[in-house]
Design a protein around this ligand. Structure first.
Ligand SMILES: Nc1nc2c(c(=O)[nH]1)N(C=O)[C@@H](CNc1ccc(C(=O)N[C@@H](CCC(=O)O)C(=O)O)cc1)CN2
Ligand SMILES: Nc1nc2c(ncn2[C@@H]2O[C@H](COP(=O)(O)OP(=O)(O)OP(=O)(O)O)[C@@H](O)[C@H]2O)c(=O)[nH]1
Ligand SMILES: [K+]
Length: 466
């Protein structure tokens, strides 16, 4: 990733492949000469001009709309030229190639992934959380995620972060003013109700963090691993949840040899459902590689569904599996094939009737039938529950792990500050220092203090042309 470069850049902005319209976008500091060279005339900013896109010999490659934005009134804050042509890969590549040749002496080059948005950030058109939201909006896999990404893009999350930042800075300024006048230091904390002010900030930060956590679930989704003995119905459950025949189902134990991942949505929350090779002792080389992969997936899971045959649950092999499951990862025991239970064996009248479930509690065993679909609604509810998803409190914005880490770091700093506050005024300087560090942590979210490495990491994960 090339940071803080100023050469003009160009890329196809629309998705690869055929489309109704395809857009080539160019951004740079002074594009007017290039605009004339490419379109044959000076373009009035923000007016749509229909004209031919000619090659160097004056032959039309395409005819389309040219749109010129004069910086800083543009997406990147620089001059921007858009050539909106017909959306075919060959014609777009030709027009792009011609642009690059025509702009060569001005230093025009292909844009790196995310470089347009990076320039928008570096030119203060948006902050870092908003720039990230651009990518999250493009990548949103559900309407709920898209809604939340749009809220972040419009600055709702940044505003909350900035408001908290400001309150921390105000408190810190009071403290530092007191430090400069030591004779007034006595009773500073009481006089300005510093502890109460700090308490209020900490409370609001906790609320913001809880919302950000919801936003992160919406962005990242949950990795749910289906594990259990061969033939218990893991692939059947994956297919039932996906509503499609994704994984191979046969009565032959050991059918699934490698993991199968399918993304589904439950109430808009993405879930990565991972079907794995059934766990058993085996001499088969391929199968044992598959089983090793199952364990690797189990180690990485956010949730493990331990599937068992409801007719014969928790046998010796299941107990061995239970014993090996990683402590700290939530495990749901799911007894499948309840449709095969005779009336006398049934754990309760109907699998959906959770009230009759003998072993109650959040980790009680679920009874389902991948074949009939019985119990699947309850399973979906429990998955959302384990994800920590609060259906009543849809996240107002999308958040990333990076944001959550920053919020938590600020929270920890303020907790230490609160400890100092209870020691009265002897440690005012330490109190002030923790406020400074908490402020810095929050500023990282909006990108006021960021390393080029971090920026490179963020923008390089964008698609080309964004
Ligand atoms: N054709 C086209 N559509 C697009 C984009 C684009 O670059 N081109 N976008 C790009 O990803 C998104 C829209 N984002 C944009 C954000 C700001 C400005 C802009 O010109 N801002 C100026 C003027 C604002 C105004 O007129 O109110 C500014 O902020 O000063 C343009 C597009 C989605 N649709
Ligand atoms: N009656 C009934 N049969 C089921 C149910 N779920 C799965 N089966 C059957 O059980 C057999 C095994 O199903 P799979 O989904 O392939 O089981 P698996 O756990 O993925 O098996 P492996 O690939 O061996 O690990 C198939 O014949 C399924 O049709 C169910 O809920 N009820
Ligand atoms: K299978």
């Amino acid at each position: 990733m090339i940071l803080r470069a100023h050469e003009p850049i160009a890329a196809i902005a629309t998705a690869p492949g055929r489309g109704g319209i395809g857009v080539i976008r160019i951004s740079g500091r002074n594009l007017e000469p290039l605009v004339v060279r490419l379109t044959g005339k000076a373009l009035q900013p923000r007016h749509a001009h229909y004209l031919p896109f000619n090659d160097s010999r004056g032959q039309a490659m395409d005819a389309g709309i040219a749109l010129f934005f004069k910086g800083p009134q543009s997406y990147t804050g620089e001059d921007v030229l858009e050539l909106q042509g017909h959306g075919g890969p060959a014609v777009l590549r030709r027009v792009l190639q011609h642009c690059l040749e025509a702009g060569r002496d001005a230093g025009l080059r292909l844009a790196e992934p995310g470089e347009f948005t990076q320039r928008a950030f570096l030119n203060d058109r948006m902050d870092l959380a908003q720039a990230e939201a651009v990518a999250d909006l493009v990548n949103a896999s559900s309407e709920a995620a898209a809604r939340s990404a749009m809220a972040s893009l419009s600055g709702a999350f940044s505003e909350k972060v900035n408001a908290l930042s400001d309150r921390i800075v105000r408190l810190r300024m009071l403290v530092e003013a007191t430090l400069d006048f030591p004779e007034e230091e006595i009773d500073f904390l009481e006089k300005y109700q510093a502890a109460a002010t700090l308490g209020g900030i900490r409370q609001d930060l906790a609320a913001l963090t809880a919302q950000a956590r919801q936003g992160m679930i919406l962005r990242e989704g949950l990795h749910v691993v289906l594990a259990g003995q061969p033939n218990v119905g893991k692939s059947s459950l994956l297919n039932a949840l996906a509503g499609d025949e994704i994984a191979i189902v046969t009565p032959i134990a050991g059918t699934t040899r490698d993991k199968v991942i399918q993304q589904i949505h439950i109430d808009g929350v993405p879930m990565h459902i991972i079907d794995t090779a059934g766990l058993r002792e085996t001499e088969d080389t391929v199968e044992s590689i598959g089983i090793a992969r199952t364990w690797a997936e189990i180690e990485k899971a956010n949730v493990i569904l331990h599937l068992q045959d409801a007719r014969n649950p928790q046998d010796a092999l299941d107990s061995a599996i239970t014993a090996r499951l990683p402590a700290g990862t939530p495990v749901l025991k799911v007894n499948n094939k309840v449709d095969l239970l005779s009336d006398g064996q049934a754990p309760w009248e109907t699998a959906d009737d959770a009230a009759n479930n003998p072993d109650a509690g959040p980790h009680r065993t679920l009874y389902i039938s991948a074949r009939t679909g019985a119990g699947l609604d309850e399973l979906r509810r429990r998955l959302l529950d384990i994800a920590g998803w609060n259906p009543g409190a849809e996240s107002p914005w999308l958040a990333r792990e990076r944001h959550l880490a920053a919020l938590e770091s600020a929270r920890d700093r303020l907790a230490v500050a609160a400890g100092h506050a209870s020691h009265n005024d002897q440690v005012l300087d330490l109190f002030a220092e923790e406020l400074r560090l908490a402020h810095e942590a929050l500023c990282a979210i909006t990108g006021q203090f960021t390393s080029d490495d971090l920026l490179g990491e963020i923008f390089s994960s964008f698609c080309i042309g964004k």
